[in-house]
Design a protein around this ligand. Sequence first.
Ligand code: ADP
Ligand code: ASP
Ligand code: MG
Length: 448
Amino acid sequence: MITVMKFGGTSVGSAEAIERVANIIINTEGDKVVVASAMSGITNFLVSAVDTPNMDIDSIVEQFANKHLMAAEQMFDEKTMMEFRKDFDVRLSAFRKALEGDPNDAYYKDLITSQGERFSTLMLSHYLRMLGHDSVALTAETAGIAAVGLPLSGSADLTATANGMTIKVRPLLFQGIIPVITGFYGIKDGVPLTFGRGGSDYSAAVVANALDANMLEIWTDVDGFMTADPRIIKDAIKIDEMTFGEAAELAYFGAKVLHPRTIEPVRIKHIPLKVRNSFRPEEPGTLIHNLRKKGNGLLKSVATKNDLAIITISSAEIAYRPEMVAAIIKKVSEDNIIIYSISTSLSTVAILVSNTDVSNIIRRLNELSSGDIERIDVKNSVSLICCVGDDLLSKCGVTGDIFTAVKEAGVNVEMISEGASEVSLNFVVPMSMVMDVVAVLHAKYIGE
Ligand code: ADP
Ligand code: ASP
Ligand code: MG
C-alpha cells in the first residue's frame, strides 16, 4: 500500500506545522511518499525578488536563509541541526548561484521561484530522521520528475517520470525509507520548469501516477473540498465525497484548493484522492473517486474564476465560413492561451480568456488578412461561475432555477456555457457582482 502525501505551504509554514505534519506521516500505515510545497510566503517572496530590477542578491539570500534557519533552530536538536546545516549550506550556495544566473534566460524565473521547495523538504526530512524514521530529501532532479512545456506553465511527462521514479524512488520504499520530494516543478532538458502557481498538488498527483500509488492525500489548511471558497462564503460546508469529474471542473474553474491539473494523473489510474486538513488530522476530509454519491441539493459546489475578458470577433456570416473560425482559434492558440469558453452566432465568435492575454490575442488577430474581421470588442473584468451538481443536464428546469436566482441578485449574465460538461453549468457575470451571485446560489441551492 503506497500513500502519496502532499503538504501545502501553510502545512509546512512553521516549526510547529512541520512537527504536526511529521506526526501525520508517521501515523500513516504502509509505504509513504511525501511531496511538499515551499514554506508559506516563500514562493511569493521569490516571485517578487525576480520581479525587482537590480535585486540585492545578498539581502535576498539572507532573508531566505533566516526564515528557514529560525524554524530549524526551533525544531531540531543539536545533532540534527549540525547534519541539517551541511545539506542546507550546499543548497543555499546553489540558490545564490542560481540568483547570479542570467535573468534573461527563458527559464530563470522557474529556476528561482522553485527554490523554496528544496528547503522545506530538507527540513521535513531531517525532522523525520530526528524522530527515528529513515527519510531522504529528494528534489525533482533526484526523484526523476520530468517536465515538458513553456516557462512557468510546464506539464509532467508521465511516462518519463514513471521510468525515472521506478529507478530512483521505488527502491527506497523497499528499504523502508520515506522519500520527501519537492513539489511545484519538474526537469526539462536539465533545468527546472514549474507547473504554475499551486503546482505542488499536480506534482503529487504525478508522483502517485508514477508509483501506481493506492491513495493520494492532499493535506491543506481547510477540512476538505467545500461547497464554495470559504473566504467568500463563510458558511461553506465540507463535501464528503465527489467524483473526479466534479472536482476537475471546479479546480479548473477556480477552486484554489486543488491545482487545476491535479485530477487527471490520478483519474487515469483510478487512484482515489483525499483532501484533508493538516491542522485537524482527526477530520476525515473529502474523498474524490470514481463513484458518484448523490447529494440532496440542486448544486454540490460553486467555484469562480476572476480577471477574465470576453473578446467578441465580428465578421459577416462567419457561421458559413468554418475556415475563418478555425483561423481565429488557431491564431489565439499560437501563444498557448487557454480559452475558457467559446460561443458563436451567425456573425460573431466570442471567446472567454484571461484579462492578461487580451493584448496578445488582439495582436495575433490583427495578423489575419485585412477584411477578414470587421470588428473586435473586448469586455474586461468579468468572472466565470462554475456550478457543479448531480445530473445537471438531465434535470428539468435546473438552468431556469439558477438564472432566476441570478436575476434575483440583479445581475446580468454576459455569456453561458451549458452542455459541454455533464456535471457543470458555467456562466459569466461582471466581476464586481460575482460575490453577490455566489452568495445567492449558495444560500438557495447548496446542500449535502
Ligand atoms: P495549500 O498551500 O495547502 O496548497 P491553498 O491555499 O493552495 O493551500 O488551497 C487551500 C485554500 O483554498 C483554502 O484555504 C481556501 O481558502 C481555498 N479554497 C478555494 N475554494 C475552495 C473550496 N471549494 N474548498 C476548499 N477550499 C477552497
Ligand atoms: N510553492 C508553490 C506556490 O506557492 C507551489 C505550491 O505551493 O503548490 O505556488
Ligand atoms: Mg495549493
